[in-house]
Write a protein that binds this ligand. Structure first.
Ligand code: NAP
Length: 319
């Protein structure tokens, strides 16, 4: 297939583009901010070209230029604090940007894959969320992502809406929880605070990319959850990072969300734990336990922070 990828320069794109290329597809990778030589992209494969999904004209022009046979739509404003402070920007990017891409797919009569989020739920369910549960967004990011889902379902018959959990991956592009802990280690922190009252399911980008590359060959369109197996609090993830890196010299302190209120004021669901029910139904749930995937990520990308000798020796370098 000839696949147009939006938002390809981000955390997930840095895994999805190589997986699609590896699967034999021709990939056109686009993103909002691109250096003149396309060098903003940090993976292997095609250079990035510029596409702002907020512009229906740019989207239409890119479809004319590329003539894709499939679109993977990753572009999004993923900063919850920015979305809350600038709701119009969040909706123009995450909801209307998705509408423009979905309408272009409708006009070209091609399928779309849209990545949504476990954050669309309100977090009150005591067990894991499945595709059968009703979304109930509680912040602007989640509202805008859920509206994106609704546009996809409104305009297209052939679509995959794939909800991811807490994203893990991206190497240099990583700007989420794992990177924040690693940045503190790099800065020499001796005490790290992590929240124990927010639960979720980490989602390793390379596992997601491989699982999705297989799913899209099936034409089993619809709504999917695609997170690693298991569940964790932020504290559990931080504890696993320190354990893998052998950092017994660092003290980890469990705190409640209020502790970080000034830095992260946006209300977040208490639980974003997901189960991949539809992948299980199709016999396609290849997502690994989150601990195993996190260990692999740290070994590949961040073993320079380890005091475990075997790990430091295996260090490949930041992805
Ligand atoms: N990160 C998570 O924890 C998480 C969890 C669940 C689902 N998701 C979803 O997964 C998808 C991929 O996210 P990610 O984790 O790879 O986040 P990311 O690293 O923030 O990547 C998103 C990419 O989209 C780009 N972008 C922003 N506005 C755009 C626009 N108007 N036009 C084109 N590109 C634009 C961003 O560029 P800039 O960096 O220059 O803004 C960035 O390169 C998103 O749809 C996100 O909602 C993410």
């Amino acid at each position: 297939m000839k696949i147009l990828v939006t938002g390809a320069g981000g955390m997930l794109g840095s895994a999805v583009v190589p997986a699609l290329v590896h699967a034999g597809h021709k990939v056109v990778a686009t993103d909002l901010r691109v250096l003149a030589d396309g060098a903003a992209w940090n993976g292997h494969g095609p250079p990035l070209t510029a596409l702002d999904v907020r512009s229906p004209g740019e989207v239409a022009h890119e479809f004319d230029r590329v003539s894709p046979t499939f679109v993977v739509h990753l572009a999004a404003e993923t900063d919850l604090e920015v979305c809350e402070a600038e709701p119009e920007h969040a909706f123009l990017t995450n909801a209307l940007g998705t509408k423009h891409v979905a309408l272009a797919c409708q006009a070209a009569d091609i399928p779309l894959m849209y990545v949504s989020s476990a954050g669309v739920f309100d977090g009150t369910k005591e067990s894991a969320y499945t595709e059968l549960d009703d979304p109930c967004p509680i912040n602007m990011y989640a509202h805008s992502k859920f509206e994106g889902e609704q546009y996809v379902q409104m305009y297209l018959r052939r679509y995959y809406i794939v909800r991811a959990g807490w994203m893990v991956g991206g190497g240099r592009k990583d700007h989420k929880f794992v990177a924040k802990i690693l940045n503190q280690l790099r800065a020499g922190a001796q005490v790290i605070y992590a929240v124990g009252d927010k639960l979720g399911t980490p989602t390793y980008a390379p596992d997601f990319a491989e699982c999705f590359a297989r799913l899209m060959e099936t034409d089993s369109f619809g709504l999917y959850h695609m997170a690693c197996q298991g569940q964790a609090s932020r504290y559990d993830v931080a504890r696993k990072i320190l354990e893998v890196l052998g950092r017994t010299d660092v003290q980890l302190v469990k705190v409640e969300s209020d502790f970080f209120h000034d830095d992260y004021p946006v209300r977040r669901p208490a639980s974003e734990i997901m189960r991949n029910l539809m992948l299980e139904v199709h016999g396609m749930n290849t997502m690994r336990p989150w601990e195993e995937s996190l260990e692999e990520y740290l070994q590949i990308a961040f073993a320079d922070l380890s005091v475990v000798p075997e790990l430091s020796e295996q260090f490949v370098g930041v992805m």
